[in-house]
Design a protein around this ligand. Structure first.
Ligand SMILES: NC(=O)c1ccc[n+]([C@@H]2O[C@H](COP(=O)([O-])OP(=O)(O)OC[C@H]3O[C@@H](n4cnc5c(N)ncnc54)[C@H](OP(=O)(O)O)[C@@H]3O)[C@@H](O)[C@H]2O)c1
Length: 323
């Protein structure tokens, strides 16, 4: 099989496409021919050794793949050759994967392979953050940073489906348009000085936002905390621009709350709850109330370019690698 291999933590351009032997098929597993693999910011951090989880090298990155079943271990029931499945896995940047049958999800036909391979992390993080952690209420106002791609865009879509009013901050017109198409009622150019972004959010929301969804962090996240109104919630999602130093006085003022969101570890500890959440999200996709984007596609061999483009903030929406 063909795989992108991270030999050692190194710059993105060191990733190599290699021919590896097909893995054995243990009991309880199926083999899938991957048709699309989602690319996430976390993958870029992981191959450079910058993520909190550091896998043993060499390893094949990629955690979200869609494919067709091509082989089934004799003890596995209920699956057929040719079934289209989603796998949450380690090693998705590959033409093939061997995955435990219990970790597979069947997907509605309404999702293309590219959409199916790229919505899970973004949408389930957003659902976990907004529904489970913040318990958002309809008609309240949410400011989303990094709203034109990845988890930010997923949050815009999930929030509009929940009846929350969304202000989307993103760096390019293309990203802001995408967020508007997903239901944001207003957008802000996030390349403005952070203080201007905060003031614009306060103006657009009519005095202050109820929730802040922050996958960006850095100076922007730190400053936008001040856009929260009374009892407003700051949802800590990620730190693409650095870990913000949230001023405790600004949390005290107006009884604001800072809410940690770690969907990855929560879903690992609560697989049944996560599965129930996934089914709710899928039902809304089928009902036409959630709208995962059709991703940009790159050939598998261009994985390092795809990760570089993501890091360079060039991507509006999502990326899938096609083996
Ligand atoms: N908490 C959780 O459970 C969870 C789950 C999944 C992911 N995450 C985290 O969420 C973050 C985003 O992941 P993703 O896959 O959504 O990435 P992504 O698709 O690359 O989106 C990140 C966005 O952040 C903005 N950005 C990037 N660099 C920036 C900078 N220096 N200053 C300001 N904005 C910048 C960009 O938007 P603009 O160009 O519009 O600014 C970019 O589109 C990562 O830190 C990831 O680890 C957390």
């Amino acid at each position: 099989m063909k795989s992108i291999v991270c030999q050692q933590f190194a710059p993105l351009n060191q990733l190599q496409l290699q021919e590896l032997p097909d893995p054995e098929l243990p009991a309880g597993y199926v083999r899938i021919a991957i048709t699309a693999c989602g690319v996430n910011f976390v993958d870029a951090l992981m191959v450079q050794g910058k993520y909190q989880i550091k896998p043993q090298t060499p390893f094949v990155p990629g955690s979200e793949a869609v494919g067709r079943i091509i082989e089934i271990a004799p003890d596995v029931a209920g699956l057929n050759i040719g079934d289209r499945v989603f796998a949450n896995l380690f090693g998705g940047f590959s033409s093939q994967a061997v995955v435990p049958a219990r970790r597979l999800t069947r997907l509605p036909d309404i999702l293309s392979d590219g959409q199916a391979a790229t919505f899970m992390q973004s949408y389930l993080t957003a659902w976990f953050a907004l529904v489970e952690r913040a318990q958002v209420e309809a008609d309240r106002c949410l400011l989303v940073l990094g709203a034109g791609s990845g988890v930010g865009l997923g949050a815009v879509d999930v929030a509009q489906a929940l009846g929350v009013r969304v202000i989307a901050a993103a760096s390019t017109q293309e990203k802001r348009d995408l967020a508007r198409e997903r239901g944001a009622f207003a957008t802000i150019d996030s390349t403005l000085p952070a203080n201007d972004v905060k003031e614009e959010a306060k103006r657009l929301s009519g005095g202050g936002v109820d929730y802040l969804y922050d996958p960006v962090g850095g100076e922007l996240g730190e400053t936008c905390l001040r856009a929260l109104t009374d009892d407003g919630q700051y949802l800590v999602i990620g730190f693409v621009a650095g870990i913000p130093k949230l001023p405790a006085n600004q949390v005290l003022l107006r009884n604001r709350r800072v809410i940690g969101v770690d969907w990855g570890s929560w879903s690992g500890r609560n697989p049944e709850l996560n599965e129930a959440m996934l089914q709710e999200v899928l039902a809304l996709i089928v009902a036409g109330k959630l709208h995962p984007v059709e991703p940009h596609t790159y050939p598998l061999a261009k994985a390092s370019q795809a990760l570089q483009d993501l890091e360079d903030r060039k991507i509006a929406g999502k990326i899938a690698l096609i083996p």
